[in-house]
Structure formats: C-alpha cells, structure tokens
Design a protein around this ligand. Structure first.
Ligand SMILES: [Fe+2]
Ligand SMILES: [Fe+2]
Length: 275
C-alpha cells in the first residue's frame, strides 16, 4: 500500500513521509492531508492516531531548485524595486518550507519523550500553517511570473535542526523562541514595504503569516516551560545557556515586545542575549 494514502499510519510515520517528500507543493499538500487526518482523529468518538516512533532523515528531502548558496553569496537586491520584492518573497518562501520540515521533524525526532497530546496538536497545527504560508508565497511569486526555485536561496537553514537533533530543549529555545520570534520582529517592516508598493494581495498573505506566527512562538514557549516545570529547572537561565550554545551570534533589536509578550516570551529572556 502507498504510504502516502494509508489511513492507519502513526503520526511519526506521517511526519517522516512529509520530510522525505522533496517537491515543495507536494510536501505541503501531504502536510495538509496529514494535519487534516490528525484533526479528524482528535474529534469525539474518532479512532485515535498512534504517535509511534521513527528515525527521521538527518536532512529533509528538498527540490533540486532553488540552488543553495552560503548567505554571503546570495545576491542582494534593493527592497524598493519589483525584483527586490520578488527576492524577498522567495526568501520567505524558503524559510516557510524549512519551517514545515522543522515542525514535522520536532514531532518525529523527539517522539521518545512523553508529552500530553496537546503537544502534537500544537505542532501539527504549526506545520499545517507553515504549509499554507509556503503556498501563499508561491502563489504570489507565480503572480509575478516567478516561482519558488527561480532564485538562489540560503544554504544552512537546517543547521539549527542538526545542531539540536539530540537536545529537545535546545531545539525549542532556538527554533520557535529565537528564529520564529525574529519573524515577529521583521514582518511588520515587510508588510509596510508591500503596502507602499500597493500590492494588496501580498499584504493579505503576510498578514495571515504574521498572525499565525505568534501561535508558533507561543507553542515553543509553552512546551519549553512545560519541560522546565517537569524537570524542576529555572527556565530563564536555561534558555540563555541554550541560546548561547546553539545560536551563533547575538539577538538583534529592535524587538517586537508586544507580539513577543503575546507569545509568552518576556523581555528578560531576550534582552540579555543582545551581546
Ligand atoms: Fe510561517
Ligand atoms: Fe512559524
């Protein structure tokens, strides 16, 4: 039987199948399908989906294009030009596709750690939303006669995942609570740029992304604090230690204090990390 169509797969088998799908549209279609199956399984009276355990790939499958370059070799384009805006949409699409894999990888890789079922509800939802974000951005690229893969993209996006492959607390600290929180800081500026270009459709797409990313950061904070509570450790110093260990470089202000607070990250978590 085709693993993509089996209704009795475990959640970790579903995660693994998404991670092993290379094409972006195919990966996100599968991600949406499995998220819908998971949601249906959580309704009253439905047959539950087992979590299971699995060894996910070290690096997820990705399409042949975009060409992946070291960040310093990715050409810089002026944000005020149409080419610059397309390059920005392309860069965000690349981040979103990486985020789809990051959330499914979190589910698959740490399945040996016992969690309340809400942990899986949260990360399946986040993966489902990232899949939508990727497709929204691909649609915008295609509206400009471009596509995901047309431009080079940053290599090394998976670095944070590889470095925290054996450290769940490190993964939660660096991925949702630092990298995705950074998205909350920079997205309002991007929205403004597309407002100035009178591109209402892109503004609408970025508004959806901005609203939903707050949730992803909050899931990170929620489950980081849950694990700290279970192990009786103080969250703040541990967060600082893990970010210094796995995140290379200082955090960059200005911070979006309001949205970070909404997502459950207080200022004394990030301000000490600016140098
Ligand atoms: Fe996203
Ligand atoms: Fe996200």
């Amino acid at each position: 039987m085709n693993e993509n169509t089996t209704p009795d797969m475990t959640l970790t088998q579903m995660a693994d199948a998404v991670l092993r799908t290379a094409d972006g549209r195919a990966k996100t279609a599968l991600s949406h399908r499995y998220a819908a199956l998971w949601r249906a399984s959580r309704e009253d009276g439905a047959t539950p989906i087992e979590i299971g355990t699995i060894s996910p790939p070290d690096v997820p499958a990705r399409p042949d294009r975009p060409e992946l370059l070291s960040p310093r070799d990715v050409p810089k384009r002026k944000p005020g030009t149409p080419e610059g805006r397309i390059a920005m949409l392309h860069a965000i699409a690349h981040i979103e596709l990486n985020a789809v894999d990051l959330h499914w990888d979190l589910i698959a890789r740490f399945s040996h750690v016992p969690f309340p079922i809400g942990f899986y509800d949260d990360w399946v939802r986040a993966a489902d939303e990232e899949s939508k974000h990727f497709n929204l951005l691909c649609d915008r690229l295609e509206a400009f006669d471009s596509f995901y893969g047309a431009l080079p993209a940053h290599a090394g996006m998976w670095q944070a995942a590889e470095e925290t492959a054996d450290d769940l607390m490190g993964r939660l600290a660096v991925v949702p609570m630092v990298l995705e929180a950074r998205g909350l800081d920079v997205t309002p500026g991007m929205i403004k740029l597309f407002q100035q270009a009178k591109d209402k459709d892109t503004v609408a797409a970025l508004d959806v992304i901005y609203a939903e990313e707050v949730g992803h950061v909050s899931y990170g904070s929620k489950w980081f604090h849950f694990l700290c509570g279970r192990d009786n450790v103080d969250p703040k110093p541990l967060f600082h230690t893990l970010v210094r260990k796995y995140f290379h470089g200082a955090l960059k202000p200005p911070f979006n204090d309001e949205k970070r607070a909404e997502a459950g990250i207080p200022p004394d978590f990030y301000w000490p990390l600016i140098s």
